[in-house]
Design a protein around this ligand. Structure first.
Ligand code: ADP
Length: 546
């Protein structure tokens, strides 16, 4: 017997309609690359998104066609989020920080016919255009006066297109399973692969994001979106904010600590999300500029952090300097991205400060709507005892069923489990603790050493800015850990000092065989340590120095 309730499709257009109707005056604040402010509202974003939809029809973008963006976080990009997907086209956010050849590969693979770009990316556009035969139009995200001098055929002006487009548009009643947006994983190995989100997955993920134990977003929030809109849909925040009527602050490319602080203070930001590197720099700046910090002027409650592990020092400094709780989250482009969040349980009500930090260091517990399990090397399920180490597998309503165009073949098993490539433990309360990527684990004498755990401990040394631990070949133990550190400016501890610092914190057989100092560590386009490059650079290091 079926229930007798209505079934309305879960569509992205319903989010912007809701925000426009009931939270129409909540502000969307943007900064352009020069730092100039622009202020608009959900009502205006919604109205202009309808013009975008009409403009897409005018320039011949077919339903289902993928429309690319090369853009920073700003109101025009947000209008495309809703205008493109709402109209049944597919928003393809391209990461402009990738190597130009990767950008070319991605745009071609997605068969993008139209590319919307911020004028600052004009040089990249000019470089790519001759190699992208399928692109029939390049739309500069600006008005006529700001048009870049870029030599490409079919250069169009966004504001001209919108001015010529009617503001009247009825969002189509799409199938909720229709594709809504496309995002490629950065592919540190092999070619990038496309993750094709649906309207349904996006709306369900937004419900989860707003939930109190997740980010707990509400109509009273003002969210600083430091995470780029081209990274897993800005972690889904642009959708969740419309769902609950929160204001957004979109910082453009200026992500220096001073700009971030100014936005947090001036715009009354209550929540801010970004990767740990951003927070590391921000907190270092605050420590060096104590006079700039006036806590009475801040409304910040939470920062949420994901993409790489949040170090202890970052969690503690947010607490001590700002009185802010860092919410540590884990997920992947393939999972929309949120799967776990380290929010406390009722049993933690009386937790000490130290116990809370220990909890926050974990990647968090499973949110309703997705399921996790831990699997050993021979495929058997492992217990959630906080000790057994295995690969995390995930399935659920916002997890991929396969990559775009079938790349990578069958990526989920017959029960829908997707192998994340992340290695972790899960404790009896459900908290996940990532210990490594499968490809980064250090296999020493038949046991696994967690590179992430040593990195986390190393960065709690007062002189260390950032640390990477990689596996180095060893004649006896197969592999041993090498610690590579970037020091804070003006600090000069010796190797022994760092090893002494670690010695009472980790097992003896986990101790790095050597410590090397570098001026800076390489990162991927999404801010992760580029360990492939480090492994190449330090290949055979122990044979020479061991
Ligand atoms: P990319 O495009 O670089 O793959 P993703 O955001 O999809 O970017 O990367 C997902 C991976 O990032 C995860 O599989 C995991 O290894 C890592 N990651 C994400 N969040 C965390 C976290 N909180 N702690 C440690 N690693 C994380």
């Amino acid at each position: 017997m079926f229930g007798l309730m209505q079934q309305r499709p879960l569509l992205i257009s319903s989010l912007i309609d809701y925000a426009a109707t009931w939270h129409g005056d909540r502000e969307i604040v943007s900064r352009d690359p020069e730092g100039a402010f622009h202020r608009t509202t959900w009502a205006s974003v919604a109205a202009r998104a309808k013009r975008v939809a009409n403009a897409l029809e005018a320039i011949g973008v077919e339903p289902g066609e993928r429309v690319a963006t090369l853009a920073w976080n700003g109101y025009r990009h947000l209008e495309l989020y809703y205008g493109v997907s709402g109209a049944g086209r597919v928003l393809h956010t391209v990461n402009p920080r990738l190597f130009p050849d990767q950008v070319r590969y991605i745009v071609h693979h997605a068969e993008n016919g139209i590319v919307f770009f911020d004028p600052v990316f004009a040089p990249l556009v000019e470089q790519l255009a001759p190699h992208l035969p399928l692109v029939r139009g390049w739309v500069a995200l600006c008005d006529r006066t700001a048009m870049p001098a870029v030599k490409v055929d079919n250069l169009l002006c966004y504001e001209d297109l919108l001015a010529a487009a009617s503001p009247d548009y009825d969002w189509p009643l799409l199938d909720e399973n229709a594709a809504a947006s496309l995002c490629y994983t950065s592919g540190t190995t092999g070619n990038p692969k496309g993750v094709l989100y649906s309207h349904r997955s996006t709306v369900l993920h937004a419900f989860c994001t707003c939930a109190a134990d997740c980010l707990g977003l509400s109509a009273r929030d003002t969210i600083l979106v430091v995470v780029p809109l081209f990274h897993a849909n800005g972690w889904g925040v642009p959708y969740a904010a419309a769902m609950c009527g929160a204001s957004l602050v979109l910082p453009g490319p200026k992500l220096d600590p001073e700009s971030i602080h100014m936005l947090i203070e001036q715009e009354g930001v209550t929540q801010a999300g970004g990767i740990p590197t951003i927070w590391l720099n921000y907190l270092a700046w605050l420590e060096n500029n104590p006079s700039r910090l006036d806590r009475s002027r801040l409304r910040l409650k939470h920062v949420f952090s994901g993409g790489t592990a949040a170090p202890r020092a970052t969690i503690e400094k947010f607490r001590d300097l700002l009185g802010v709780f860092l919410l540590h989250a884990w997920g992947m482009t393939e999972t929309s991205p949120i799967v776990t969040i380290a929010s406390p349980l009722e049993k933690h009500a009386d937790a000490t400060r130290e116990q809370l930090v220990t909890l926050q260091l974990k990647q968090g517990r499973e949110m309703y709507g997705v399921e996790l399990k831990l699997v050993g090397p021979d495929g058997q399920d492992l217990p959630h005892d906080g000790k057994a180490v295995g690969e995390l597998k995930v399935r659920g309503n916002w997890v991929i069923s396969g990559y775009f165009k079938g790349e990578g073949g069958q990526v989920v098993d017959k029960d829908g489990w997707f192998g994340t490539g992340d290695v972790a433990t899960i404790n009896p309360d459900g908290y996940v603790q990532l210990t490594d990527r499968l490809k980064d684990v250090i296999k020493s004498g038949g046991e696994w050493i967690s590179s992430i755990e040593i990195e986390n401990l190393a960065v709690s040394h007062p002189d260390i800015f950032e640390a990477a631990v990689i596996a180095i070949e060893h004649p006896v133990w197969a592999e041993r850990p090498l610690l590579i550190v970037q020091l804070k400016p003006g600090h000069e501890p010796g190797k022994q000092d760092i090893l002494d610092f670690l010695s009472d914190k980790i097992a003896k057989w986990w101790m790095p065989d050597d410590v090397v100092f570098v001026d800076s560590l390489p990162h991927t386009a999404t801010g992760k340590l580029l360990k492939t490059e480090l492994r190449e650079r330090f290949h055979g290091h122990l044979a020479v120095h061991g």
